[in-house]
Design a binder for this molecule. Structure first.
Ligand code: FES
Length: 105
């Protein structure tokens, strides 16, 4: 993705501790997460076994996969709980005026 920021969600669509799948035309699926008030956007598909991470959970800032319980650091995408070993791609996002937007890569 290149160019201007793209609005992906309204702020009220992503509550504290929630995960939400985001689909943009021509882009891999993404997952948006809110933890301690901050918004994170990462790849939606687990690097271990193709699980949809938006169906997982957040525990202490870690995105937990719904299939085998692996985990990724929300802020860095690093794999921090086995069986996950490969990191998730992370995306720059911000939240202004009640709108969450994704920034160009
Ligand atoms: S598919 Fe995510 S931990 Fe296995």
């Amino acid at each position: 993705m290149t160019g201007a920021p793209v609005a992906i969600l309204r702020s009220d669509e992503l509550g504290e501790g929630e995960l939400k799948k985001v689909v943009l035309p021509g882009h891999e699926p993404l997952v948006a997460a809110r933890w301690q008030g901050k918004v994170f956007v990462l790849e939606e598909t687990c690097t271990h076994g193709m699980a949809p991470l938006s169906e997982g959970a957040i525990e202490n800032g870690i995105l937990i996969c719904p299939f085998h319980g692996g985990g990724f650091d929300l802020a860095t995408g690093a794999a921090v709980e086995p069986p996950c070993r490969l990191p998730l791609k992370i995306y720059a996002a911000d939240e202004v005026g009640g709108v969450i937007s994704l920034h160009a890569e």
